[in-house]
Design a protein around this ligand. Sequence first.
Ligand code: TRP
Length: 449
Amino acid sequence: MAENNRLGFTSSLGAILAAAGGAVGLGNIWRFPYMLGQNGGGAFLLVYVLFVLLIGIPLMMTEFVIGRRAQSNVVGAYKKLGGGKKRWMALGVFGVLAALMIYAFYSVVAGWTLNYVVLSCGGKLQGLDAAAVSGVFADFTQGSFWPLFYQFLFLALTGLVITMGVQKGIEKVAKILMPVLFILLLLMCVRSLTLSGAAKGLSFLFKPDFGKINGSVVLSALGQSFFSLSIGMGAMVTYGSYIRKEDNLVKTSVWIAVCDSLVAILAGVVIFPAVFAFGMNPSSGPELVYIVLPNVFNSMPAGTLFAVVFFLLLTIAALTSTISLLEIIVAFAVEELHWKRGTASLACTLLVFLLGISCTLSFGPMKDFTLFGRTVFDLFDLLTASYIMPIGALLMTIFLGWCFPKVEVMDELTNGGRLKGRFVNLYYFILRYLAPLALLVILVSGIVG
Ligand code: TRP
């Protein structure tokens, strides 16, 4: 595809909403609350926000610079900017593979969410006691047909949006769904905050107990910030290539990070007051949203309605993220392999489904099939979040900070000198020194610990 024929986002708002849609996902509403619940509450939040500001925003800017400079998918971007060197292209390929793996396990949980929308709409969770609610979750996830069915449905829905393209698919869907997501989220906040006993949940979320900060809390917070902002494997390189040349990349990155963190914090405001108000356990892990919350909904007035709203919210968040995951792969197939967009969407969706089957069955028939002591689902999750994303991010900082001309980076960030670029020097320092160092520390401690 010729460079000037590439269709990108039509406005700065469109770019922010689309990329924020890619960032805001299950990571914010499902993973963030349970990680916070397991890692010391407010202390985790504090460390998390620090990482978003210090490392997350600069790395997002880095991905945008690479993508917009190259006007290309992630493999093409490293090929162009890396002067055709194989080792930099490999970094792009690494990104596409990571997207495949993340999409494969992410779509499992996305499928669960869709099932919970259906269950709560049909009132199937209503009036059950705690054991029965756990039973519903176990029966569903340990099965094979229905979890695969919902996973496939989710993949198909995502594929459809991607087939429609960047403007009519990705941007349009984000412009509709992101405002809906915020409205639903605020509605849920009001419900939760008006429960009696809400204050305890708020102090769990917002009052840091500094004694709880330790190595594993710090690492979890850093990993969470990467996953949540979709950093480290080219999602934002791909979206960056669709941002208009006149948009401000620094501002765009800050807005996306603010939206992303705000959604995570508001999800906490929805979940913890409710969990504490009904005397439930905040540190129950990945089940928090699927088992603890349905119990909470069962104990509150108009609980069924709020259950529907909540799972709808989660589905919307997941969908805008799966869109960003599939786009990484499809943009590569279209631009590098010269496939048609429709064919590429279909083929990549089927490929991910094939990979994803073993992730879904990890909870049921393939529970005992383990590699390195982990199920396929856990392995994909661990490999991507703890290794591939930090390694990808580290190599990316080395590429842009040490092997690419500074003047070009500055040129891209200031739009050819037209913007003041107040923070660009601080950014460059973080790019060259602070971010690689921090990434090295996470990687080493992840491997050693
Ligand atoms: N950030 C998304 C979330 O919080 C997940 C996600 C979407 C992602 N695209 C990604 C993570 C690319 C890493 C890379 O749910």
